[in-house]
Design a protein around this ligand. Structure first.
Ligand SMILES: [Zn+2]
Length: 227
């Protein structure tokens, strides 16, 4: 995997423990608070954004824009802080032996990512399920894995597969199911300008692939509005 050379400084805070991805329990739920930045990266990205402002016909020295390159540089480091996270390690930190062998489903996990083709946001919801085989992970870890992959330059298809593969390889469950529904600003603000289109991607392993009843139960559960 390509490691980007400009990256946010790894924050040590663990401010986002305890989310279940389905509700709001605090402002930083599911998100790593990254408000420290590498000064070198910030300076480098800022300089480029000053150029970009000029290139689009703006005056980077006018008052409203004076701090903009620096703000964008910090924002970009936050939006791509997933490069600094190891999603498998997030799961491994909370592995528990457990005999539970029914579906574990975390649905409606907020997803914010950047498409790698236009570096414009795509955002929506992820639904992640697995059927344990002897071990489970902390529920809060699933949204954190989603976030660790989402906070990079992505395409929705790869994001979906990466979440699936990480859970499959780390937990070794009987099966994993991931569905992501997302709106892409690169489609809505430019390009085909389809305002209301939602892209759905899915990825399955194990029993979700081989047993259509299990897959259908998952689809039924994520379609149901229980809350
Ligand atoms: Zn795009």
């Amino acid at each position: 995997m390509a490691k980007k050379s400009v990256k946010a400084k790894a924050a040590t805070g663990a401010a986002q423990e305890g989310t279940n991805g389905a509700g709001n329990h605090g402002p930083m739920d599911g998100y790593r608070r990254t408000d420290t930045f590498e000064p070198e990266s910030t300076a480098r990205i800022s300089a480029h954004y000053s150029d970009i402002l000029e290139a689009i016909g703006e005056d980077p020295d006018r008052e409203g824009l004076l701090q903009t390159p620096m703000r964008v540089a910090k924002s970009l480091q936050f939006l791509t802080h997933g490069y600094d996270l190891d999603p498998a390690a997030i799961l491994r930190k909370a592995l528990f032996k457990e005999d539970y062998s029914q579906m574990v489903l975390v649905k409606d996990i907020e997803v914010y990512s950047l498409c790698e083709h236009h570096m414009l946001p795509f955002f929506g919801k992820a639904h992640v399920a697995y059927i344990p085989k002897g071990q489970i992970t902390g529920l809060s870890k699933i949204p954190r894995v989603v976030d660790a992959f989402a906070r990079r330059l992505q395409v929705q298809e790869r994001l979906t597969n990466e979440i699936r593969d990480c859970i499959q390889d780390t937990l070794k469950p009987r099966g994993v199911a991931v569905v992501i529904e997302a709106s892409h600003l690169c489609m809505q603000m430019r390009g085909v300008q389809k305002q209301n289109s939602v892209t759905t991607t899915s990825a399955f392993t194990g029993v979700f692939l081989n047993d259509h009843r299990t897959r259908e139960e998952f689809i039924k559960l994520i379609s149901a509005t229980l809350h």
